[in-house]
Design a protein around this ligand. Sequence first.
Ligand code: ATR
Length: 270
Amino acid sequence: MDRYAVFGNPIGHSKSPFIHAQFAAALGEQLQYDAILAPLDGFADSWQRFVAAGGKGGNVTVPFKEQAYQLAERLSDRARQAGAVNTLYIDSAGKLCGDNTDGIGLVADLKRLGVNLAGINVLLLGAGGASRGAIGPLLAAGVKQLVLANRTVSKAQAIAINFDQRVEACGYTDILGLDYQLVINATSSGLNGERPDINVSHLQYCQLAYDMLYGAKPAPFLQWAKVAGVPQQADGLGMLVGQAAEAFYIWRGKRPDIAAVLKLLKQQLA
Ligand code: ATR
């Protein structure tokens, strides 16, 4: 049976084995998908051992996405833009290929939620890896202007410089007054029970507030957006399933349905 795995540290709570098992069952694919705890200084060794034992492909999560980027012999455009790899596979020439499906997973989830990205202005909060990986796929989906705001403005500027003039970097106090129909929180602030400190006026035209984190309770950013009157809020669970679906497609050539697995995961979290 073909073997796949997710590599991380910690990895115990990863939902990827469950998600991929559901995809495989739904599409009639015979495969095994495990969670592998790689030592903090031993990702490359762990991956090589897995391949030597017949491993076909892998997902990579915190804190190994940059190491996977370094390890890959070939990079997709979206991995290069993100500066990180979350999906690995060996191509027909035997080369280790690195891709990044996080951003396309986000775009797939936004589509599921009914968002038409073509021609809209998007406010993206945060300038870490999560944010960087999302920009290319959002632009490719037709976003008109993407304002990248971060507490530390220099980090937003360092990312924006890699993209065209549709991406504008700023701090939280000098965000352009545009009609943002979509506001995405890609910061980790929710992990500390906080939210990015932006002015509520930026939510005035917002149809959907999206937080890349997920959990049993809505993140503070989503609670705030709801009180501010934003009609729709969503957490990052759908993005998680979306990135997995794209990885599955890379490995197996079949694209799984996101909604069915998302429903099961929501039931588990409740
Ligand atoms: P990731 O790879 O998950 O994006 P990261 O690279 O550590 O994680 O980036 C974390 C992001 O969350 C950064 O944009 C950080 O802002 P700074 O660059 O100013 O540090 C942001 N962040 C974390 N806690 C925050 C908070 N309480 N308020 C606002 N932004 C926060």
